[in-house]
Structure formats: C-alpha cells, structure tokens
Write a protein that binds this ligand. Structure first.
Ligand code: G3P
Ligand code: MG
Length: 249
C-alpha cells in the first residue's frame, strides 16, 4: 500500500531553507532527500504556483492574495528573503517548474492541493491534469512508485482530482481522523490517510492499516516520536528536521 519513500522533506527542504521554493528542493537534495511534500495553489489566471498561504505577508512581503494575483506577477515575488539574506531573490515557483525539477532529479512528490477558499474544484482539477500529463509515461508503464501522490484537506478538491485523473493516487488529508473516515476515503477513491500525528493513536493506526490504506503523518520533527509512529505501522511521514531525521532513518 505504500511503494513510496518513508521520510519526506516537508515543504521542500523542511526548516532548513525557505519553504516551497526551488532552493528548498536543492537543500533537501543536499541532505540526500529524494522525496518531498509541497503545496500548490492557483493564481488568478488559474495557473498552479507552489505556496502555502493564500494571503501575502509571511513568505512573500506585502498585502494581497494569491488567488487575486496573476502567475506572471507571483513568479516575480521574493519567497526567500523572509528566511534569510542568503535566500533573497528566490522566487515563488510555478508548480510546473517544481514538478519538472523533481521529475528530472528523480525526487518523488507528495503534491498537496492547497486551494484558496472558493477555488477547491478548480485547484484539484488543474493540479491533477498537469500531474497526469507530466507522468504519462510512468502511468502508462505502471511505474506507480514514481508517480506523485496527490493529497488535500479539501474533499471537493480531491473529488475534482479524482474526476480529472482517476489513475493518479490520492491521499485523504485530515487533521483529526473522524469516525467515518473509511467511508469518506473510499468515496474519494483515496489509497492513503494523511493525518496529524498529534491526534493519531496506536489502535487507529492499526485500524487504518488493517483496512488496507497507506498511512502518512505530518509533521514529525522528533526522532523518538518518529520511531514510535513507525512502530505503530505508519508508512511514511514528512519532517521539517531533515538534519535530524535522514532519508534512511
Ligand atoms: O501535507 C502535510 C502537511 O503539509 C499539511 O499541513 O499546513 O503544512 O500544508 P501544511
Ligand atoms: Mg502541506
């Protein structure tokens, strides 16, 4: 149920580089990471960009919203200076740039569909269609370990992704796993449950695995906690501490 890497660099390079940038991917690679999670949102003109927050002010300076800004403007914005002067000039990347970089470097992707409010279906559809086009050969050859795993907190986005690219795997992303998780996951055609490790219990982990789903957790930065979760049967997790939890952990 989990042909993917066990340890995944959160937002590209974890806490060691500005999140969701090409510099983050380079940093992850320098630490040996060939598995990455990142967040994709749509610009005003419906183009996927890699960024976490729908509003400016944290990783990019100023006021404004991703969903009300053209991609051509977003890609000129500095997404590195907030992290440190060494990263000034690092831009907001297009999803296509990140996906092509990862494919070329053989970095496996967990692509989190992160819609701005009100743009759930379009974001799921666009991200799924673009991913499917890029990984056409791998899908055709059945090389599923190389194909990205889409995930989202939005069931609307996941349903749209399912309809646009039924053959791409999907993970159902949940902060707290609800009682009816299995019915919801099956309705979305999800192959995995992605959840906040803080709310996971050993019996719930066992139930998810017994039901035949992959189990992925976010975001684990303590090696002892990582060992505990893996002992519970967790298949994989993302981390900000790529310096403490290496890919071969
Ligand atoms: O996909 C796992 C994790 O990234 C979800 O939370 O807010 O870091 O995107 P967030
Ligand atoms: Mg994320």
């Amino acid at each position: 149920m989990w042909p993917y890497p066990k340890i995944v660099a959160h937002r590209g390079g974890g806490a060691l580089a500005p999140e969701n940038t090409i510099a983050a991917l380079r940093c992850g690679l320098a630490y040996g990471f060939r598995a990455v999670e990142f967040d994709v949102m749509l610009s005003q003109d419906g183009i996927g960009v890699v960024i976490h927050d729908p509003e400016f002010g944290r990783t990019v300076a100023g006021a404004g919203q991703v969903a009300q800004t053209l991609a051509s403007e977003l890609v000129r914005m500095d997404a590195g200076a907030w992290f440190g002067p060494a990263f000034a000039g690092e831009r907001v990347p297009l999803f296509a740039e990140v996906a092509e970089y990862c494919r070329a470097q053989r970095i496996w992707m967990n692509i989190e569909i992160k819609p701005a409010p009100g743009h759930e279906a379009a974001t799921g559809r666009v991200v799924a269609a673009a991913t499917r086009a890029l990984f056409h050969a791998e899908l055709h050859n059945g090389d599923m370990a190389a194909v990205p795993l889409l995930s989202s907190f939005s069931d609307v986005a996941l349903a749209a992704a399912r309809d646009a690219a039924p053959d791409l795997p999907r993970g159902y992303l949940l902060d707290t796993v609800p009682d009816d998780w299995q019915a919801q996951a099956r309705a979305l055609g999800a192959i995995a449950i992605h959840t906040n490790h803080r709310h996971l219990t050993a019996p719930l982990a066992a139930a998810i695995k017994a039901a035949g789903f992959g189990l992925f957790c976010y975001t684990i930065n303590d090696p002892a906690r990582a060992r505990e979760l893996l002992a519970w049967g967790v298949d994989g997790f993302c981390t900000d501490r790529i310096d403490l939890i290496p890919p071969d952990f």
